[in-house]
Write a protein that binds this ligand. Structure first.
Ligand code: DAK
Length: 261
């Protein structure tokens, strides 16, 4: 499928890479880009061979510099509601993908761009990355889930400080507060992402899916319920051929060949 504002590529078997591609507007998210993101995420979700999704921004300056301010300026409340819902549903769809989603933040990740990074399962940042929720500078609060996902990732006080001041966070601080899990040199960002993706793609796909699901759902469960979910997923794994293959391969001292069944 051809997209106007995105590139969806498959650099290796099972590994998909989605690039937001509007470099002249620093990859800002307008309605058309959000609609394409929804389509691309649905395509990856429907592909049973998919193992990992990488997301990045085109050019060397921005991951995504936010929702498109020019497109938002004259919106009515009704239009703003529809725009926020479109952005929210993209972020939810990304989070709900059964495969891990790694954000490769190559530059500015501001406003909607920071929210897109927060909807990724984790983020590898370039040394040039800059994160922030600067919406208050524009007279609006965040609208694509930033307040909620930021507080879950960095804690309440840090989230409050960032969303009320609009302060920008550089890569080293992002690493320290948990917005990024790793910071790498700009020209190694894609290779680091691919390396993580290859590692994941070699694992049991059902186990990866269920491990992601347990961690994600655990965020909104009590400890006992979360552990009950883990028990159910663990037991169900023993009905799969991946479990027999993984354990058999270990005992045979050979590399496993997982089938995802
Ligand atoms: N939207 C549209 N265009 C943008 C943009 C954006 N977010 N960010 C940059 N651009 C455009 C610039 O207008 C410029 O276009 P031309 O003038 O060349 O035509 C081009 O990209 C290059 O930008 P600069 O010339 O400004 O580049 P600099 O290197 O000088 O500065 C910068 C880079 C990232 C620091 C600066 O561009 C900047 O501050 N950009 C805005 C960042 C920002 O404020 N982001 C948050 C956007 S607000 C809601 C729904 C959604 C949201 C909130 C509520 N509801 C419905 C409730 C989400 C809001 C946001 O994300």
């Amino acid at each position: 499928m051809n997209y106007e504002n995105l590139l969806l590529e498959q650099p290796a078997p099972g590994i998909f890479c989605l690039t937001v591609n509007r470099p002249k507007a620093l990859n800002a998210l307008n309605a058309a880009t959000l609609a394409e993101l929804a389509q691309a995420i649905a395509a990856v979700s429907a592909n049973t061979a998919a193992r990992v999704l990488l997301i990045t921004g085109a050019g060397d300056k921005a991951f995504v510099a936010g929702a498109d301010i020019a497109a938002m300026r004259d919106m009515t409340e009704e239009q703003a509601l529809a725009f926020s819902q479109a952005g929210m549903s993209v972020m939810h769809a990304l989070e709900a993908l059964p495969v891990p989603v790694i954000g490769l933040v190559n530059g500015y990740a501001l406003g909607g761009g920071c929210e897109l990074a927060l909807a990724c399962d984790w983020v590898i940042a370039s040394e040039r990355a800059v994160f922030g929720q600067p919406e208050v500078n524009l007279g609006i609060p965040p609208g694509f889930g930033g307040t909620q996902r930021l507080l879950r990732r960095v804690g309440t006080a840090r989230a409050l400080e960032l969303v009320t001041t609009g302060r920008q966070v550089r890569a080293d601080e992002a690493l320290r507060i948990g917005l990024a899990t790793q910071v790498v040199a700009p020209d190694t960002l894609m290779e680091c992402g691919l390396s993580a993706a290859r590692t994941i793609a070699a694992k049991g796909p059902l186990a990866v899916r269920d491990a992601k699901r347990a961690v994600q759902q655990g965020q909104s469960l009590g400890l006992a319920e979360g552990c009950a979910l883990e028990t159910a997923l663990f037991a169900a794994a023993f009905g799969t051929s991946d479990q027999r293959e993984g354990m058999g391969a270990f005992l045979d001292k050979r590399a496993p060949q997982f089938s995802g069944r």
